[in-house]
Design a binder for this molecule. Structure first.
Ligand SMILES: [Cu+2]
Length: 700
């Protein structure tokens, strides 16, 4: 029984590679992990909200009381850095009212209590711009490559509008299982290849995003660009903004951080400048440990189908180029005043540990670790405003120094963000002088927390070409996954800010600051903090597991505390549901992470409260007291980091949306009992797709 196995999905060179190999050694010449063209850092501006990233325009008349957005999913091209040889081929959502595409656009701006709808038309070409692994469920048996579905991440929506994996549709879809998945119940009668999504918008102010969730293609569709912002406003945050406590929209900057790799040479999928994504499972094998991932004997339940085929999925993808708001290594010009900075980690798998440093005067483009920049005041996360502000003063930094590039996932760390996590910040630049430059710096290991030096690109790093990595990075240029963005301080325009760091923190900490905002965001809407000691609360054990699939590849799976397959708690997404509850059930889940990676677990339908975490030796038995989570995990969350060797305790209430203008049918899928079908899954996209996701079924 693998109760406490700590195998890392992409472990360090010294720790793995010789166990369970089933293939012949791969020669170094066979390594194909590509590196991007060398790009100059900080030569192009950050795309801004409303210009670089367009805001969707709503049709407010067609459906009374509803903001309607008519979007098309299309292929288009956009230059993501001036030094790239070509504009990059992308997939994305296009606002039909403008007919223009732009990366991460159009952002939808919504108001709490006013529903919105998306009518989406699938106009994607038949050939995917990225390598499709046809061994994955959903992408197999000749499935179309241009399947899509939209999930509003963070929206608490009726399940037929939740964009679950089985609700995908093609450009010719006419109904469930007719050019679409079994759960495609939101088609538009008489309009093939289109779907409509209804969002009640009954959540407090926060940054959400809508992105693809099609079975077998999610990781590729999102990487190709099918992901956009969705900004929720409410009266609470509006009041704080009107009062001048939260900076106004003119001084609000979204930062959607992703990592991408770009082709330097043409291949069968595209030309130089196009997105690169791995095609080969570079397995570690006896005598050659330069592969990136373990190969093993298929775990129980997986027939042995021989070594991985190409193209193959990979356990996780860490690209070499940070892209923010669709621009590689951008700069942001900021005045000496406060800004609201709203961050989303939209990466496939990469975590970020964020700090601001002044730029090194003698090494342009690099941080001066002795000069921390302005502090971050975090006022919100993906669950809305926090009950109290959290300050990040620079340092601490992680700066991996261990030979294997690892860190302690339990901290200390700075503003640490796993994929899909958000942070709503206020940063006061008023202590800076025009001409000052700052570096937004990341030093989270990848994978987190184990690290692999080949995924950590920084100036002067060792030449890792002998082990399938990149040459040393030269100053001022990429690849560099540590120096994400430069901030150039410019002269103040208009009146100076009336608040600075200290007075902002003071007012946020006062009773009428965030404590009141947190209360007003939830209590009038019946969203009380959940009590684990209340009557009828269900306590259950869940597990996060790592096994080997039919091709000997690493596979991540969710499970319960009981075994379906010998030797692992892991269950496949397609296995019979184990999370089935009546409407309005409150549950406490103890989620044991038996793997070597931290997993950001994401919950559809509900927000959760994190009660704490504890170490363990045996699943089912915490080996110590539960320690409260990081302070920016207070309040509500919907994506929660769960560290290896720890059990994380969350509490949540599964309440189906109410007050809908239409009846919601049950799931037609066999074994789903006619329930309303949601999912919970890891938001490392390569984990989610293979196969770290389970149904979440609520009986109406
Ligand atoms: Cu994961």
């Amino acid at each position: 029984m693998k109760l406490t196995a700590m195998a890392s999905a992409a472990c360090g060179l010294s720790s793995c590679g010789t166990t369970g190999s089933i293939t012949a050694p791969i020669t170094k010449a066979g390594k194909v992990f590509a590196q991007s063209p060398i790009l100059r850092k900080f030569i192009s501006p950050l795309p801004a909200l409303g210009t670089g990233i367009p805001i969707a325009s709503a049709d407010t008349s067609t459906v009374p009381g509803v903001d309607l957005y008519n979007l098309s999913a299309v292929q288009y091209h956009q230059l993501m850095h001036p030094d790239l040889p070509n504009p990059t081929t992308l997939w994305g959502y296009m606002d039909q009212s403008t007919g223009k595409s732009a990366y991460l656009g159009p952002i939808i701006v919504a108001q709490r209590g006013r529903p919105s709808m998306i009518r989406a038309t699938n106009m994607l070409p038949s050939k995917h711009p990225l390598p499709v692994d046809t061994t994955l469920m959903g992408a197999d048996n000749g499935a179309a490559q241009n399947r899509m579905t939209i999930h509003l991440h963070g929206g608490l929506t009726p399940w037929t509008s939740d964009g679950g994996p089985f609700s995908w549709f093609t450009p010719t879809a006419t109904g469930p299982s007719a050019g679409a998945g079994e759960c495609f119940l939101n088609g538009i009668s008489g309009t093939p290849g289109a779907a409509q999504y209804y969002y009640p918008n009954n959540v407090s102010a926060r940054l959400m995003w809508y992105h693809d969730h099609a079975l077998g293609l999610t990781r590729l569709n999102a990487y190709a660009g099918l992901a956009s912002g969705y900004l929720m406003n409410d009266d609470v945050v509006t009041a704080l903004t009107t009062a001048g406590i939260i900076p106004a929209i003119a001084y609000t900057v979204p930062l959607i951080i992703q990592d991408k790799s770009f082709k330097a040479v043409s291949d069968q999928y595209g030309q130089p400048g196009d997105l690169w994504y791995p095609t080969v499972y570079e397995g570690n094998s006896s005598g050659d440990e330069t592969g990136r991932w373990d190969l093993g004997t298929p775990s129980d339940g997986f027939p042995n189908l021989g070594p991985p085929v190409t193209p193959s999925c990979v356990p996780e993808f860490f690209a070499d180029t940070p892209v923010i708001n669709g621009e590689a290594y951008p700069y942001l010009q900021a005045q000496p005043r406060r800004y609201r900075v709203v961050i989303l980690n939209g990466s496939q798998a990469r975590f970020y540990n964020l700090n601001l440093f002044y730029e090194n005067k003698f090494q342009p483009g690099e941080p001066d670790f002795t000069r921390g920049g302005p502090a971050f005041i975090q006022i919100g996360n993906e669950g809305g405003v926090l009950p109290a502000p959290v300050v990040y003063n620079m340092p601490p930094v992680l700066i991996p120094t261990a030979a294997d590039d690892s860190c302690d996932p339990n901290g200390p760390h700075s503003l640490l963000m796993a994929p899909a996590e958000r942070a709503d910040l206020i940063i006061d630049f008023s202590s800076c002088q025009p001409g000052d430059r700052l570096i937004l710096y990341n030093d989270a290991p990848a994978p987190f927390p184990g690290g692999d030096t080949r995924n950590d690109y920084f100036t002067g790093n060792p030449d890792l070409t002998a082990i399938g990595g990149a040459p040393s990075t030269v100053a001022g240029k990429g690849p560099n996954t540590r120096t994400l963005m430069q901030i150039q301080v410019i002269a103040l325009t208009g009146a100076a800010d009336t608040l600075n760091f200290a007075s902002t923190l003071n007012v946020l900490q006062s009773a009428n600051g965030l404590p009141k905002a947190y209360h007003d965001s939830h209590i009038p809407f019946g969203e009380v903090d959940l009590d684990p000691n209340a009557a009828n609360v269900l306590y259950e054990t869940k597990t996060l597991n790592e096994d080997f699939d039919s091709n000997g590849r690493l596979i991540q799976r969710v499970g319960t505390g009981s075994v379906l397959y010998t030797g692992s708690f892991g269950r496949n997404y397609i296995d019979a549901p184990t999370e089935v509850y009546p409407n309005n059930q409150v549950v406490v889940w103890d989620i044991y992470n038996t793997t070597g990676d931290t997993h950001p677990m994401h919950f559809h339908l509900t927000n959760v409260q994190v009660l704490g975490s504890a170490p363990y030796v045996n699943v089912g038995t915490p080996a110590g007291p539960f320690v409260p989570p990081d302070r920016n995990y207070a309040g509500w969350k919907e994506t929660v980091r769960m560290n290896p060797g720890y059990v994380t305790r969350v509490i949540m209430k599964f309440s189906l949306p109410t007050g809908l203008p239409f009846a919601v049918p049950g799931s037609p899928r066999a074994g789903l009992l006619g329930g309303h079908e949601y999912v919970w899954h890891c938001h490392i996209l390569e984990h989610e797709e293979h196969d770290m996701m389970r149904p979440l079924v609520i009986m109406p």
